[in-house]
Design a protein around this ligand. Structure first.
Ligand code: XLS
Ligand code: CA
Ligand code: CA
Length: 438
């Protein structure tokens, strides 16, 4: 059965096309730097937003019209969603998708029944994967929706919940491996707290580390070779999320000796909620060799919550891809559209239009970023700006030959310090030239 009858195969038609069902900037087969664009970008569809979300918000009922709406049995719905998913993947020619355990199959009365539901759907997905060009970028466990996680999962005050969460991640690692997932993500939805008046922060953090060590061990035991990722987010749903931002997660991983096993999955919307630029978080992760994958979306600067919008801001996508190119490209990671169509964009076709908008924005951003890197636009400026560290006293600082005494002597005999302009406005206007010159 065809679920999205009004949507044709999406092809590249170029920036002048008026066809809403065509790519304007994303030509998947365009070779750049010896590799097709699709291999640079490694786009992924987020199963939860595209197939599971129904448009509810704190003020209103579901709005989404979906071609599987006539089913009532949760397992029938789950199966229809899989069929529809592979149709969407094929029509968009998207190389990856990501899922939570609970997106793909409904919970049963018991954990055993839930796992059985999961096995049925996983077998079905596995069958599709045999012939589909689309693969799994990452899997994860939903340790936040069910009321049992009201006090957290690995950081719950209740050890029974810790155990349940462990059983769930064990299974999620198994199915991610079975489906060939290239990464596994930990986003600590409820791993945080509302008030210290009832919270043992030290025990909760130690437990989180214990949990992650167990996950590392189990991944090794079953031969899961995917990259383990942690996804920072500063707030929402809890007031204080333990994985606040890239620096905070890095410090946590270092403290508990976990940094060699994990990398980061940086989500654009979470970076701005943490009071950073998307590029700041990507840079911080990259220079610490921790940038694994990206959740490609954007927030709304006027709203203080996680709006998970499809990314359409080309300046943002350019500066993000700048960091990815500087890293030497993705290894196992990719660009996962952790993005949902707006509640008012409820027609099934909007799912395609959202992805086309995001894929075009990142394709254009990649091309601009590639030119910026190739022309050394910022590199040349930065090299010049820091040249004092390549000779004289600067070289001594960098080479470890200077100390406070030699520096004092230098400063005492160097009465005139000269600084140069940082030229931010010039650089921003050059960036605009690159963004808008074609
Ligand atoms: C929520 C997170 C979540 C993770 C996966 O804000 O973005 O969707 O990506 O659990
Ligand atoms: Ca995310
Ligand atoms: Ca989000």
């Amino acid at each position: 059965m065809e679920y999205f009858k009004n949507v044709p195969q999406i092809k590249y038609e170029g920036p002048k096309s008026n066809n809403p069902y065509a790519f304007k900037f994303y030509n998947p087969d365009e070779i750049i730097d010896g590799k097709p664009l699709k291999e640079h970008l490694r786009f992924s569809v987020a199963y939860w937003h595209t197939f599971t979300a129904n448009g509810t918000d704190p003020f209103g009922a579901p709005t989404m019209q979906r071609p599987w709406d006539h089913f009532t049995d949760p397992m029938d719905i789950a199966k229809a969603r899989v069929e529809a998913a592979f149709e969407l993947f094929e029509k968009l020619d998207v190389p990856f998708f990501c899922f939570h355990d609970r997106d793909i199959a409904p919970e049963g009365e018991t954990l055993r029944e839930t796992n059985k539901n999961l096995d049925t759907i996983v077998a079905m997905i596995k069958d599709y994967l045999k012939t589909s060009k689309t693969k799994v970028l990452w899997g994860t466990a939903n340790l936040f929706s069910n009321p049992r996680f009201v006090h957290g999962a690995a950081t719950s005050c209740n050890a029974d919940v810790f155990a349940y969460a462990a059983a769930q991640v064990k299974k999620a690692l198994e199915i991610t491996k079975e489906l060939g997932g290239q990464n596994y993500v930990f986003w600590g939805g409820r791993e945080g707290y509302e008030t210290l008046l009832n919270t043992d922060m030290e025990l909760e953090l130690d437990n989180l580390a214990r949990f992650l060590h167990m996950a590392v061990e189990y991944a090794k035991e079953i031969g899961f070779e995917g990259q383990l990722l942690i996804e920072p987010k500063p707030k929402e749903p809890t007031k204080h999320q333990y994985d606040f931002d890239a620096a905070n997660v890095y410090a946590f991983l270092k403290k508990y000796d976990l940094d060699k096993y994990f990398k980061l999955n940086i989500e654009a919307n979470h970076t701005t909620l943490a009071g950073h630029d998307f590029q700041h978080e990507l840079r911080y992760a990259r220079i610490n060799n921790m940038l694994g994958s990206i959740d490609a979306n954007m927030g709304d600067m006027l709203l203080g919550w996680d709006t998970d919008q499809f990314p359409t801001d080309i300046r943002m996508t350019t500066l993000a891809m700048y960091e990815v190119i500087k890293m030497g490209g993705f290894d196992k990671g990719g660009l996962n559209f952790d993005a949902k169509v707006r509640r008012a964009s409820f027609e099934p076709e909007d799912l395609f239009l959202g992805h086309i908008a995001g894929m075009d924005a990142f394709a254009k951003g990649f091309k601009v970023a590639y030119k910026l890197v190739k022309d050394g636009v910022f590199d040349r400026f930065i090299e010049e700006r820091y040249k004092s560290y390549r000779e004289g006293i600067g070289a001594e600082i960098v080479n470890g030959k200077a100390n406070f005494k030699t520096l004092e002597e230098y400063a005492l005999n160097n009465p005139k310090i000269e600084n140069k302009s940082g030229k931010q406005e010039l650089l921003e206007s050059i960036l605009n030239q690159y963004l808008f010159s074609e």
